[in-house]
Write a protein that binds this ligand. Structure first.
Ligand code: NAD
Length: 500
């Protein structure tokens, strides 16, 4: 796989691409695309220090002015959407349409953050004391550590970064060791925006490269007031207590195990299209990918028949080719994990279609699979874990209350959906007694969220919220202010303390 002129277009100096011994491979054919230098402990410490110093200066810049820098960054992203989207495809293996979609998401959140920079509103609160006023103000928090996963190498960082910069913070970003080039390219585009802006402190974005050990340096550094970490639940379970031990803040976006209920009244054509995008899109490597289908027994045979025939003919191949819908898995480990779960589904009396490796002759060092459906006689333990590959379990139900129970009976709580034309079922699903996930949709699949809403999930998904709505508050500190403009000093709760 050749990067061609992508590096140059994105401002990546050629010398960077062969500066060290961390091998970066493209999942498209398994070939080496770069050898990068990872950051030593001293490098990481220096970068955190620089980000902290940048924060000290940046917090005093008026928020709308900070928004102006984000606006310029959005322009850079727009101008380089094609090149950056291609790099995402080469490095993460998602199809080009989705690579471009990720960059669009970064553009959208930059627009959002620009608007937000004039809307970091606080409250005024009625005081119980005469001649007093209470208010709530929001202030920049500090340097923020952002740790990201391989499967959304631009968008997840951008959700955090644009908001944090608008909020007056600086960011130290540790991208996945599988997608560091995309991060370096984002950093280079950011530097172009900084240059045009002219008056931003150095160090508002520091990219640190390396694996888990580098991530752990961020996690343990008290200068990073917030650690926003996206990745597996296993990662979150080690990060959360370490940050808690220093009483830092975390924002966790962890694994999902997303389900869809298909009711007897559902528009099956619509459901089929939604299932296909959600279950096989990004080769099943989205945190919001559809992993469990809970179908009413009356419509299950027809729906599964349609799905199996769509799965059998879906275009699998080079994600840079326009007709491809399913690209490669990220690596051999992901392939092995999927195969192990398929074997387990068979042991659990499931009937599996698909799941086999394809294109092995053409790409002996890459891992393409036909997406799989495992029809299970009943929910199993294995269905309660996230397999990060295109493996869709299907079970049937008769009673709607049972469907909700099956739906919620997993440790994760990210995204969910129901297809129904019954208003009672639809409303129940999004009510307190319905889906227990952070995202609950009706007649639309669980994946492919817009940036305007708060994104995140419950239970082992970690509880964090990023992107739209009021997620910005995670990147700021709140102060409650009481101002006395009277000539008295009354105490709250009417307390008398000594004599006047
Ligand atoms: P991963 O957990 O292997 O790695 C994620 C990041 O964490 C990487 O940068 C890695 O180097 C770092 N890391 C790992 N252990 C660490 C530790 N102990 N301390 C500090 N950093 C550590 O995940 P992955 O394979 O890259 O991504 C797939 C997973 O991410 C899936 O579980 C998926 O559901 C999840 N994900 C969740 C969301 C969400 O928003 N909820 C979004 C994307 C991906």
């Amino acid at each position: 796989m050749d990067l061609g002129d992508l590096g140059q277009k994105l401002g990546l100096d050629k010398s960077i691409l062969s500066a060290g011994d961390h091998v970066v491979r493209s999942p498209i054919d398994g070939s080496e695309i770069a050898r990068l230098k990872v950051d030593s402990p001293a490098d990481v410490a220096r970068k955190i220090e620089r980000a902290h110093a940048a924060f000290i200066a940046w917090q005093s810049v008026p928020a709308p002015r900070r928004g102006e820098l984000i606006r310029l960054f959005g322009e850079e992203l727009r101008a380089h959407k094609d090149a950056l989207g291609r790099l995402v495809t080469i490095e993460a293996g998602k199809i080009l349409q989705e690579g471009l979609g990720e960059v669009q998401e970064a553009i959208d959140i930059a627009d959002f953050a620009l608007g937000l920079s004039r809307q970091l509103y606080g409250l005024t609160i009625a005081s119980e004391r005469p001649g007093h006023r209470m208010m709530e103000t929001w202030h920049p928090l500090g340097a923020v550590g952002v740790i990201t996963a391989f499967n959304f190498p631009v968008a997840v960082w951008a959700w955090n970064f644009s908001l944090a910069i608008a909020c007056g913070d600086s960011v130290v970003w540790k991208p996945s060791e599988k997608t560091p080039l995309t991060a370096l390219a984002c950093g280079a585009l950011w530097q172009r925006a900084v240059k045009r802006f002219g008056e931003a402190p150095e160090g508002l974005l520091e990219v640190v490269l390396g694996g888990r050990d580098v991530g752990e340096r961020l996690v343990d550094d008290p200068k990073l007031r917030l650690i926003s970490a996206t990745g597996s639940t296993a990662m979150g379970k080690t990060v959360a207590p370490r940050v808690a031990a220093r009483l830092g803040r975390t924002l966790l976006e962890l694994g999902g195990n997303n389900a869809m209920i298909v009711a007897p009244s559902a528009d099956l054509k619509l459901a089929e299209r939604a299932i296909l995008f959600a279950a096989v899109g990004t080769a099943g490597q989205r945190c919001t990918s559809l992993r469990r289908l809970i179908v009413h027994a009356d419509v299950a045979p027809a729906l599964l028949e349609r799905l199996k025939s769509a799965y059998a003919s879906i275009a699998i191949g080079d994600p840079l080719d326009a007709g491809t819908l399913v690209g490669p898995l990220i690596d051999g480990r992901a392939f092995e994990a999927m195969q192990a779960m398929l074997a387990r589904a068979k042991t659990d009396r499931g009937v599996v279609s698909g799941g086999e490796r394809v294109l092995a002759n053409r790409y002996p060092n890459a891992f393409y699979v036909r997406p799989a459906i495992a029809e299970m006689p009943a929910p199993t333990d294995a269905m309660r874990t996230e397999t990060f590959a295109p493996l869709l379990y299907a079970v049937t139900y008769r009673d709607f209350a049972d469907a909700i129970c099956i739906h919620n009976d997993v440790p994760q709580g990210l995204a969910s959906a129901i297809f129904t034309n019954d208003v009672r079922e639809a409303e129940t699903f999004v009510s307190a007694t319905g889906s227990d996930c952070g995202i609950a949709n009706v007649n639309i699949g669980p994946s492919g969220a817009e940036i305007g809403g708060a994104f995140g999930g419950e239970k082992e998904t970690g509880g964090g919220r990023e992107s739209g709505s009021d997620s910005w508050r995670a990147y700021m500190r709140r102060a409650t202010n009481t101002i006395n403009y009277s000539r008295e000093l009354p105490l709250a709760q009417g307390i008398k303390f000594g004599t006047d």
